[in-house]
Design a protein. Structure first.
Length: 242
């Protein structure tokens, strides 16, 4: 899966009511602190599962994949997010000349969704428009091939699935609680500030060694691993071969 930035500036799922319903404590924090924790939890959840918690339309600009010889090659591309349901707009961007002074030429295109779960699309240009409007586009793209493309696409878990899934909500609340703890009492985390993972523990003759902890988007602690496990059903496991 390709990586991209998406900054969460508001919550899509978490509320104080849900936080309390799934074991969160609102008595030791203020509203601003909890809202920040909810946004942090949802930000990390998007990174963990590879898509948005609700259907979201975004725009991205990417390098045109150079595979084979233009224009007969197979131009499959994996978008940065899984669970893609629509690509309403695609624009191909061509280099208008080789002098670094010419403006780019933008032409209409489209995309077939080959594997929406994994975000794999097949890029298309409008052939007649290309021939008529891009005769001088010959620098850097292989013949008259594009340099980049800009796609508007919709991706995310279908509406209501996360908000009505007890496992997903428990995962989000666990993640939010971890974030809130780092805001109001970082020393209270099991591993202290930053909530590092603790593989081995010993105190006054008692010791334990934990298994199967991995680094998740929420961190590497046991609770972070539990949050990731709760959200695992929404994570696509693999993609078709590009």
């Amino acid at each position: 899966m390709l990586e991209t930035w998406h900054i969460v500036t508001g919550t899509s799922v978490l509320t104080d009511t849900l936080f309390v319903d799934y074991g969160g404590n609102v008595s030791t924090s203020n509203g601003a602190q909890r809202r920040a924790a909810y946004m942090i939890a949802e930000q990390f959840a998007i990174e963990e599962i590879g898509t948005f918690l609700v259907p979201t339309t975004v725009t991205g600009t990417f390098s045109w994949p150079i595979i084979g010889n233009y224009p007969t090659a197979d131009y499959r591309f994996q978008l940065p997010h899984s669970h893609v349901t629509a690509v309403p707009s695609l624009t191909t961007i061509h280099d208008a000349g080789c002098d670094c002074a010419s403006n780019a030429v933008e032409l209409s295109g489209c995309a077939w969704i080959l594997d929406g779960d994994n975000g794999v699309i097949d890029l298309r240009e409008c052939g007649n428009t290309l021939q008529a409007s891009c005769a001088g586009c010959s620098c850097g793209g292989g013949g008259s091939g594009p340099m980049q493309f800009r796609a508007v696409y919709t991706a995310g878990i279908p509406t209501g699935l996360v908000a009505n899934s007890p496992t997903a909500l428990l995962g989000l609340v666990t993640a939010a609680d971890l974030a809130l703890e780092q805001i109001i009492d970082p020393s209270g985390a099991e591993g202290g500030p930053g909530d590092p993972s603790v593989q081995s523990y010993s105190d006054t003759g008692y010791s334990e060694t934990r298994q199967f902890l991995r680094m998740t988007a929420f961190g590497g602690s046991a609770r972070a691993n539990y949050a990731a496990k709760c959200l695992a059903p929404f994570k696509v496991k693999g993609a078709l071969k590009l």
